[in-house]
Structures are given as C-alpha cells and as structure tokens.
Ligand binder design. Structure first.
Ligand SMILES: N[C@H](CCC[C@H](N)C(=O)O)C(=O)O
Length: 294
C-alpha cells in the first residue's frame, strides 16, 4: 500500500502553500521530494494546488530553531519565501513545535527571524536587501552604478521592446519595474519575458509597482517558477527596498497586493534588516499518497 504524506494547506494573502512538517514526522525527505511530484501536487486541477511547497526541517546547528526549504510550483528549489515565512511561524507555534515567540530560521537565502505579534500576524526580520548585481546575478556582469537597468526584450512582449528595472536580492532575485497603471499593464507578457530573460541566469521574480504616495504602493508580482501570484512577500520587500534606496519611498511603507496588504519597514541603511508584517492563514489539513513512481 502506498505511503501517505500529511500536509497542511496555508496561505499568505492568497499566495498559497503545501506545508510539510519534516520535524514531527522525521521524514526521509530525499525519498519523496522530487520535482515531478512537486509539479503534480502543485497542479490546481490534477493535484492539491499551490504556488510553493514549504518544508519544515530541524536546524543544521545551534544557531537556529528550524530549517526552512522552499520549492516553486515548477519543482525548483529556491532561496526564500516571505509569505511562506509567516505561515511557517504560525504553523510551528500552533502545532506545538516551539513555544518561542521569536523563531530563528535558517534558509538557503540567509537567516530570518519570525516574530508572532499579539494579533496573530507575523513580523519577519527578512535580513538585508542587497543591490549588488552579482547578488542577483546578471549576465553579462554589470555594475550597480548602471541602475536602473534597461533590458531589450525580443518579440516585443506586451508591445514593449525594452524595459527599465532595478534589481534587488532578498536572498532570492527580484527585478522591480515602475509602471503608471498596474491594472492595464501587460504583466503576463512582460513578466514572463523578464523571468526567463538571458540576463538572469538563475531567472528572476518580476515586481510591477504603481506608486500612490511615498509610503504607499500597489504591487503585482510575476514570480519565478510560479507565474503571477496574488501576493509575494519577498517581492513586496524588494519593491520597497528599491524605492527607499532610490529615494522614492519612505518607511514604513504600505504595499497593496491583489490578495491584501503588507507593511514593510527598512531604515535604508544597507547593514540594517528589512521587516515585513502581515497575516498567515490555515486552510485545511490533508494527506496525499506517495506513489513509488513519483
Ligand atoms: N517565486 C520565488 C519564491 C517564492 C517567493 C514568494 N512566494 C514570497 O512570498 O516571497 C522565487 O522563485 O524566488
């Protein structure tokens, strides 16, 4: 009989996740976590349906309380997921994996700290935004003094033959594009063209920003490995970091996404952490068979 894998469906402002607890269940991860299985489970018609799979693991050392791994719907493992971090915090706190209110988590994109607030929201220390092109990376290499960068687009996606962007790493790579009208902009065409543009050898998440005020933006994100999502936590962090770095935005900044609102705080000093605050929601618990073929 096929082994069954327990999971919890959660979301952060509609950016949705399959959360797998490999701490309590001591799962031999390598035995079941394949790109083929992740793609199948991510499918919204033939599978569970999610933007990312989040894996909760024991820490590798004494400096963290947990390990945190992130896999996109296309099956690729990536460095960071901000909305997922808030869901991670509520999961480990409410399922009894920790009684700490400040939870130290190691990720492939660097350490983060999750703080549970009194109103069931989560405030995450997302670490330092980085603007150096090699942190993205770009190919061919370019210098930070060339920011914002103008890239030529082949095939005129959305009718555009070039786009100007700022690049920010939140552990994962982001391209930030300023637009005048979020609803009317060809997000799918331009986002898809930039996600896989040859200038980004590890591909890239693409954020489209409409600035309302110095402390308030609208944002839509075409995510690497998932397409446009209802919200992107690291995308909100990257968009505000780019705006503060360029002198357009101030802290705290309200970010309106299609799935709801996040608050982002950053001093603007490159050695300082950036903080993201927002909700995390449980949807249901489930089980899925792990067929040997996967
Ligand atoms: N698609 C992202 C990972 C998920 C990020 C997003 N869901 C968030 O909340 O930060 C990447 O490939 O880097």
């Amino acid at each position: 009989m096929a082994q069954r894998l327990a999971f919890t469906k959660m979301h952060g402002l509609g950016n949705d996740f399959m959360v797998v607890d490999a701490v309590s269940r001591r799962l031999p991860v390598a035995d079941w976590l394949t790109p083929t299985r992740i793609q199948g489970w991510a499918d919204r018609h033939f599978g569970i349906g999610f933007d990312q799979l989040l894996l909760i693991e024991p820490p590798s050392g004494r400096k963290a309380d947990f390990g945190y791994r992130v896999f996109n719907a296309d099956g690729g493992e990536v460095e960071q997921c901000g909305n997922g971090a808030r869901c991670f915090a509520r999961y480990v706190a409410e399922r009894g994996l920790t009684d700490r209110r400040d939870i130290r988590v190691e990720t492939a994109g660097g350490p983060i700290v999750l703080h549970l607030t009194e109103d069931d929201r989560v405030r995450v220390d997302m670490g330092r935004p980085r603007f150096a092109p090699e942190a993205i990376p770009f190919k061919p290499p370019i210098t930070a003094s060339e920011s914002p960068y103008t890239l030529m687009l082949s095939g005129k996606p959305g009718g555009l033959d070039q786009v100007t962007l700022e690049a920010v790493s939140m552990g994962n790579p982001h391209a930030v594009v300023q637009v005048g009208d979020l609803e009317g902009f060809p997000i799918e065409a331009v986002g898809s063209a930039l996600e896989s543009h040859p200038a980004f050898p590890r591909r890239v998440n693409v954020g489209f920003v409409e600035q309302h005020r110095p402390d308030h933006i609208g944002l839509r994100v075409f995510e690497r490995g998932a397409g446009e999502t209802l919200a992107c936590g690291t995308g909100a962090c990257a968009a505000v970091a780019a705006g503060i770095h360029a002198g357009r935005l101030e802290s705290p900044c309200r970010v309106d996404l299609r799935g709801g609102t996040l608050s982002i705080e950053w001093s603007g000093r490159e050695d300082d952490s950036l903080f993201m605050t927002g909700p995390a929601t449980f949807v249901f618990d489930g089980e899925v068979p792990i067929d040997p073929a996967g």
